[in-house]
Design a protein around this ligand. Structure first.
Ligand code: NAI
Ligand code: PYL
Ligand code: MG
Length: 286
């Protein structure tokens, strides 16, 4: 799995605040309210224990601190255990943690010790980033379209259908979206197209002339989900003016000049948005 670097987490405070405002402008609800609506749960002041884990690649500088900032930013009660790993877990539980947050190189989880609910970062990240696109309000397209309600369709282009993209895709299908999928791995693209009721989409810029014929689609989108570990995965050929890109992908998949040229709004943040989704997935029902 692609691991975060300390550089990815450098501006987490500013990035989280900027994205929270962006989400509110696009959907009309704050990130907290959005997550509460997705899972129909609410925070009841649970104590959140964050446990650093030294397994595999080891502690990622400021990973735990970034989680503490996230929970504190949203008014929750968190602490980082002084010890790591099993000793840290024991310390968190004996210090009254209701929920434990911890990650090795394979899995980042949230476990509610009171109701025994458990959540997974890649699943919850896919869900929350796809829900942001699904819940965009018509007014968010008013600047570019005479009839924003008509423009605000459920057509979504999903690029990168891996451990984050697949839960996102399943959520979009569950929510009645018309999902167009592209993945640079033809095996993934074929398998997903066979397994799910989706439309295989080959972006124009990746068109491959075959026996003189060019294949590929020229449909353009207002809503794009991206979850790949590469940059420049979102080419201008797929964009409509005023499009929204919702991407957990690191690095960001759309180039700055393309964003400006098409007035694209981007929701992208390295850890906090996914963490909020994980916490609301394990809170008690409202
Ligand atoms: P993955 O490796 O399971 O899936 C990535 C998929 O993207 C693969 O199917 C791959 O074939 C495809 N892909 C790669 N380059 C592509 C390209 N140029 N065009 C189209 N498809 C392409 O990775 P995973 O676990 O789903 O993570 C995806 C990204 O999301 C990573 O960068 C990871 O670090 C990031 N991530 C971010 C989180 C956040 O909160 N922001 C949380 C979890 C993961
Ligand atoms: C959850 C992030 C999002 C993208 N990649 C995932 C990642 O980097 N996972 C590894 C997290 C390791 C944390 C380390 C620590 O500092 O406790 N074990
Ligand atoms: Mg995130």
């Amino acid at each position: 799995m692609a691991l975060l670097t300390p550089a990815d987490l450098k501006n987490i405070k500013k990035t989280l605040e900027k994205n929270d405002k962006n989400i509110e402008n696009l959907t009309g609800t704050s990130l907290r309210a959005l997550c509460s609506n997705i899972y129909k749960t609410e925070s009841k002041g649970e104590k959140i224990g964050i446990v650093p884990v030294t397994a595999g690649g080891g502690i990622i500088g400021s990973f735990s601190e970034s989680l503490l900032h996230t929970v504190t930013h949203f008014g929750m009660n968190g602490f980082i255990s002084k010890k790591t790993d099993v000793a840290g877990y024991y310390e968190a539980v004996t210090n009254g943690a209701d929920i434990v947050l911890m990650a090795d190189d394979c899995t980042y989880m949230a476990h509610n010790l009171r109701n025994n609910k458990i959540s997974h970062n890649q699943i919850c990240t896919g869900i929350v980033y796809s829900e942001i696109l699904i819940r965009i309000r018509d007014e968010a397209f008013g600047k570019w379209y005479e009839n924003p309600a008509e423009a605000n369709t459920n057509d979504i282009l999903a690029i990168g259908i891996g451990k984050v993209g697949r839960p996102a895709l399943e959520n979009m299908i569950r929510r009645g979206c018309n999902v167009y999928v592209y993945d640079s791995d033809p095996n993934v693209l074929n398998q997903i197209s066979e397994e799910y009721d989706v439309i295989k989409y080959i972006p124009e810029n990746t068109k491959i002339p075959r026996n003189g014929k060019i294949t590929g689609n020229d449909k353009k989108f207002l809503k794009i989900f991206e979850a790949t570990p590469n940059s420049n995965t979102i080419h201008e050929s797929v964009l409509k003016k005023g499009a929204v890109v919702s991407t957990p992908g690191i690095p960001c998949g759309i180039e700055r000049d393309t964003r400006k040229k098409y007035d694209v709004r981007v929701v992208q943040e390295p850890l906090g948005i996914g963490t909020m989704s994980m916490l609301y997935a394990v809170f008690d029902k409202r």
